[in-house]
Design a protein around this ligand. Sequence first.
Ligand SMILES: NC(=O)c1ccc[n+]([C@@H]2O[C@H](COP(=O)([O-])OP(=O)(O)OC[C@H]3O[C@@H](n4cnc5c(N)ncnc54)[C@H](O)[C@@H]3O)[C@@H](O)[C@H]2O)c1
Length: 277
Amino acid sequence: MVLMLKLLVFGPSGSMGTLISRLALQDEEIKIVAACDVKNIGEKLADVIGSSDPNNIIITDSTDLDKIIKETQPDVAVDFTVAEATEANSIICVENGISCIIGTTGLSEEFLIKFKTKVEENNVPAVLSSNMATGVNVYFKMISIISKYLQDWDIEIIEAHHHRKVDSPSGTALTLGEIISEAINCDFDEVAKFGRDKGPNKREIGAKNEIGVHSIRAGDIVGDHIVLYAGSGERIEFKHQAHSRDCFATGAIKAIKFIVNQTEPKIFEMRDVLSLR
Ligand SMILES: NC(=O)c1ccc[n+]([C@@H]2O[C@H](COP(=O)([O-])OP(=O)(O)OC[C@H]3O[C@@H](n4cnc5c(N)ncnc54)[C@H](O)[C@@H]3O)[C@@H](O)[C@H]2O)c1
């Protein structure tokens, strides 16, 4: 049991990094020991995120991450940045024995395979989740159950996010596709149909033939996901909406506290953190 856990924050200048840093600074169990970004380097974390910080942490870049780790000895690193940065920094963290909480989306398949190997080889547990909100993870569980009963219906996923979002479809939409596919015994890579263009669009009935995934990018929408089940003469839509990013940041703090008490060298999901298995 770690009493005061030492935290390295990647991306404190960003939307998620700011919220997570604010929550961590208010939490008696967490001490931020380092903050790395490509913006606001040399500035005080407290000034950048608009919060008080008794430790006067200065934002640094992560080019010499090994040195930062040696000097500050974090237990956990939390990373909500961009795929390229996460893919490099999280490997260095794990090699140095630091557990990672990864919220960044759009990570490559190659990275995910390498990261799993590194976690196992170095005996360092991690949490990786495309969506750390409690409600969404309960929603995932519901979708898994409902899909089993409606596998002969057409199933489509519709997601909407703010126009700054770089990846499409959202990591959460892809997770929904995987959950539905697992529930109805098919391979999401084979049945996923991303958007519908002008060409022929002949669909056979039933989700096992095709699961459509559609993305909307508009304004400042924090994150909406709908799973639409359509049968003959009726349909059901299940919707989750995030009103603010606070739900993700709160989930990240739960994951940070969870991981320091894990001994199994594996990549955990939010359903483990939230006891939803
Ligand atoms: N898992 C979840 O629950 C969840 C929730 C919201 C957002 N996200 C994901 O988190 C990521 C960040 O989202 P955001 O809205 O905070 O983005 P943002 O653009 O506001 O912030 C990203 C931050 O990362 C920083 N950054 C870029 N390269 C870096 C590097 N090499 N080292 C350190 N920092 C670096 C940027 O300067 C910026 O401050 C995205 O991938 C998004 O999809 C996940």
